[in-house]
Write a protein that binds this ligand. Structure first.
Ligand code: HEC
Ligand code: HEC
Length: 506
């Protein structure tokens, strides 16, 4: 019998976790046409409520009090343990807090700050520049806010209001709605737009009409037409919690961990070890629905360019280069900040002030804590055993161990992302016809399940808010998960329900 990795360690893990109340929260969380609950008698209670909890990985895992919203400050007052900042690693605390500020910063087209420094808003400042010509949102926070900064889609989609913010005259695409998932869109085939290839992300909106983009005549992609032509696929945000640990895990560790489940996986018809290797270095890429990006810095640079239209040191050019009358800033809009005077006093100078926004985003994500699971009950412990025995953990590998790291408390840490970070053929039902790196149109990374207990929408395109549907949708022609889903369907309704309850504790 192959050993299922991590199942013993998890008991220790949960043993140290503070209890979080598992109130069912169903009001206002339904998507058009889909309510929680299934004909089979197995139902999803919906996102776990309670204070958004982050496990104190580094002590400095969350936010400086000054960075918190009023509601978060109230949560902090009620439960000070959740947001404690340790006295260790002052450089890390500085970078983390600065990063949190930048991650939550809103950008407009033209910056309000110092001329020549498009994006050097000091910590506490909340304005930057560089938005567009096309964009999906004006802040990382728009898409990564639930249940707390760094997370994923919540229950209200701010993209509806962004369409016409500051005078822009975009129409809201048919796949965006106030209570639906935040989405970005890729065109399967693109032969009408210069500079953007088939399969690439197309910005939902353009800056034309905005008061800070005079003379810009960029035209918005005709989304109703593309939808009618079945030429659009969607991606929803992924939470970034704990991603520093993923980044600090060696390729060898991931390979060994996949090898440890290989025998069980092969019984279940699953291919293991198909990692998305970076085309230039050959190292394993970890992040994104297709594990397409190797590092948080790369993801940050790409997201700044793709989601917000902000050019930066990694991606120095605007995406829609033909729209010359919509370029308002010198390039790159975000870069390392050059000091114009020599700092005189150490106390008046913070190294974070030198760092580019993308470096700061990466720091914020790298040092943010893993999602804290709720306390286990007899039913959820049973659900965890069933999750492992039916073979979910052949792909959603329970735990990995980090390598030695320069960051405080990130060395040799066992963590529980519930993913092998490898690619699997998920069949025609989930296929999106888009390839990224070594991932083809049928393949996806086993979605990490940490934080799934508080998530609202599931699967790469956000097609459901129901965990039961998310599981059943693993099964379709050609999917590697078919045997495991058959195993799941053969369980008693009680044991299936236990698995759902277990997932909602994560
Ligand atoms: C318009 C919404 C949107 C905005 C704005 C946005 N993201 Fe994302 N984010 C996404 C989507 C969608 C994905 C999944 C993309 C994919 O894999 O195809 C994602 C995935 C990620 C991931 C991968 C996480 C993982 O564990 O795999 C990181 C890291 C990330 N975003 C960072 C950022 C940063 C930093 C910013 C700000 C510069 C940002 N995002 C802005 C929508 C957004
Ligand atoms: C063959 C590998 C494989 C097996 C087996 C598997 N999964 Fe998955 N799982 C995936 C992949 C890949 C995705 C992402 C698919 C997508 O978004 O299109 C996923 C997504 C999910 C999601 C949605 C997560 C999110 O962030 O949206 C849940 C929940 C989930 N799996 C639970 C399970 C459970 C429970 C089982 C066992 C009954 C299981 N999976 C078995 C590979 C697998």
């Amino acid at each position: 019998m192959p050993e299922k990795k991590g199942s013993n360690m998890r008991k220790l893990h949960f043993g140290t976790t503070a209890a979080v109340s598992a109130l069912a929260l169903t009001a206002s969380l339904t998507m058009a046409g889909a309510a929680f609950g299934q004909a089979s008698g197995v139902s999803d209670p919906g996102p776990r409520a309670g204070t958004p909890a982050l496990l104190p990985l580094k002590g400095l895992n969350a936010f400086n009090v000054g960075d918190l919203t009023t509601a978060e400050q109230a949560a902090l007052a009620a439960n000070p343990g959740l947001f404690s900042i340790s006295s260790t690693g002052p450089g890390e605390i500085e970078m983390f807090n600065a990063g949190a500020n930048f991650f939550t910063e809103t950008v407009s087209v033209v910056p309000a700050g110092v001329p020549g420094h498009i994006n050097d808003a000091p910590p506490g400042d909340v304005s930057g520049g560089g938005l567009g010509p096309s964009f999906n949102a004006n802040s990382c926070l728009v898409c990564h806010a639930s249940p707390i900064e760094g997370g994923a889609s919540g229950t209200v989609n701010p993209q509806v209001k962004l369409a016409t913010l500051d005078g822009a005259h975009n129409t809201v695409p048919p796949f965006i709605s106030t209570n639906g998932p935040i989405r970005e869109a890729r065109l399967i085939s693109a032969n009408t737009n210069n500079g953007v290839l088939s399969g690439d992300v197309f910005g939902l909106f353009v800056i034309a009409g905005r008061s800070d983009a005079p003379g810009c005549t960029a035209t918005q992609t005709n989304w109703p037409q593309q939808v009618a032509a079945n030429n659009v696929i969607f991606r929803i945000p992924i939470n970034t919690f704990g991603d520093g640990l993923v980044e600090m895990t060696s390729d060898e560790a991931f390979e060994t961990d996949s090898a440890a489940v290989a025998s069980s996986a092969s019984t279940n018809g699953i291919t293991t070890g198909s990692f998305n290797h970076n085309g230039n270095t050959g190292t394993i890429a970890h992040f994104g629905w297709k594990a397409q990006n190797v590092s948080l810095l790369l993801f940050a640079g790409e997201a700044y360019n793709v989601e917000q239209g902000v050019t930066n040191d990694l991606f120095p050019n605007e995406r829609h280069f033909e729209q010359a009358n919509c370029l308002f800033n010198p390039l790159p809009e975000d870069s390392e900040n050059l000091l114009t005077t020599t700092p005189t006093t150490p106390s008046g100078f913070a190294f974070a002030d030198l760092a580019s926004d993308i470096t700061q985003f990466a720091f914020f994500m790298r040092l943010s804590a893993v999602p804290a699971p709720a306390a286990q009950t007899a039913a959820t412990s049973q659900g965890e055993s069933e999750f492992i025995s039916v073979g979910c953990s052949d792909c959603h590998i329970v735990s990995h161990v980090t390598a030695s790291s320069i960051y405080t408390s990130q060395s040799n840490v066992t963590y529980f992302p519930f993913s092998d970070f490898a690619l699997h053929d998920m069949g025609t039902g989930l296929e999106d016809q888009v390839s990224q790196g070594q991932a083809n149109g049928l393949q996806f990374r086993s979605a990490p399940l940490w934080g799934v207990g508080q998530r609202t929408f599931f699967l790469h395109d956000g097609r459901t808010n129901n965990l039961v549907t998310a599981i059943e949708d693993h099964k379709s022609s050609g999917s590697e998960a078919n045997t495991v889903i058959n195993n799941f369907n053969k369980l008693s309704a009680t044991n299936q329900q236990d698995i759902i309850a277990f997932l909602r504790t994560l």
